[in-house]
Design a protein around this ligand. Structure first.
Ligand code: C2E
Ligand code: MG
Ligand code: MG
Ligand code: MG
Length: 274
């Protein structure tokens, strides 16, 4: 039941994950109100250097929904519905604005990764909207990296135009969940990427040899001069192996869970703080 799901998570970051009963609840129908009424909020998971000091390089913004009945909902409870209904577009605009609002209050040079949907790239005005928000909040384009998940195909054509427009603004682009999708390698060639994020299925290396995928992705990233980031690092052994493979940065519960903005802000290096 719902209480069981909520109880598993940590205080402050507790979030309800999907269970079958929720399809029959109001979760599905309230999303439009949630966007309008500011029921969404962001958590920030630090991205750290994979060397001895594990200094904080930046964060990834992760959306949550403070549902009036169900409490804090994780994205897997509402993003699939948002994708199906097209509400992902206004939701994504909310996430971008909120992300830049936070960034504008942090030390200059703080880096933030923001997830976007493949659907956003089919909006011809997407890059223009991003440029306007950067301007409004006085954030430098190079401070943000937009993450496109590999699990949802980016269609050639219009979407590539938008990606190139974003890159021309100076915004960085990452391919998220790398290794889980079915992107042709030509995507890496055609899209001006800056970063690949190794999916946690491959980070959490194991007896059946998936660690070789982590090595392969590191080589590929090196050859294409892409920044390689590992997701879902939970043990010191994983961190060490990934460092040896050439990953310079990582995120995962070993270092920090997604946290409220104020907690992330307190982690920013003193030298960078105003
Ligand atoms: P993602 O972008 O791959 O984000 C990483 C997910 O892994 C997050 O789940 C994070 O909490 C979780 N994670 C981080 N470290 C660990 C770890 O060490 N172990 C494990 N088991 N998990 C870890 P979260 O926040 O539930 O987000 C799930 C997905 O929802 C994200 O995956 C992303 O695809 C999507 N998402 C989240 N926020 C947004 C958003 O604002 N916009 C869009 N379009 N998608 C979002
Ligand atoms: Mg991501
Ligand atoms: Mg990811
Ligand atoms: Mg992932």
């Amino acid at each position: 039941d719902i209480a069981m799901y909520a109880a598993k998570a940590l205080p402050g970051t507790a979030a309800l994950h999907y269970n079958a009963d929720m399809a029959a609840t109001s979760v599905g129908s309230d999303l439009q109100d949630a966007i309008r009424d500011e029921q969404l909020f962001l958590l920030f998971q630090p991205i750290v250097a994979l060397d001895e000091d594990h200094r904080v390089l930046g964060a990834e913004a992760l959306v949550r929904w403070n549902h009036p009945v169900h409490g804090t909902l994780a994205p897997d409870t509402f993003l699939p519905l948002a994708e199906r209904t097209g509400l992902i577009v206004p939701l994504g605009r909310w996430v971008l604005r909120a992300s830049l609002r936070h960034l504008s209050t942090w030390p200059a040079g703080t880096l933030l990764n923001i997830n976007i949907s493949a659907r956003d790239l089919r909006e011809a005005d997407f890059a223009t909207a991003v440029a306007a928000l950067l301007e409004e909040y006085g954030v430098a384009p190079a401070q943000i990296t937009l993450e496109i998940t590999e699990s949802m195909p980016v269609e050639p054509g219009e979407s590539f135009t938008v990606l190139n427009e974003l890159r021309a603004l100076g915004v960085k682009l990452a391919l998220d969940d790398f290794g889980t999708g079915s992107s042709p390698l030509s995507l890496l060639h055609d899209v001006p990427l800056d970063e690949v994020k190794l999916d946690r299925a491959f980070t959490q290396a194991d007896p059946d040899g998936r660690v070789s995928v982590a090595a392969g992705v590191a080589h590929l990233a090196g050859a294409l001069q892409l920044h390689a980031v590992a997701e879902g690092v939970e043990t010191p052994e994983q961190a060490e192996r990934l460092r040896e493979l050439g990953y310079r940065a990582a995120q995962g519960y070993l270092f920090a869970r997604p946290m409220p903005a104020a907690d992330f802000e307190a982690l920013l290096p003193a030298a960078a703080r105003a």
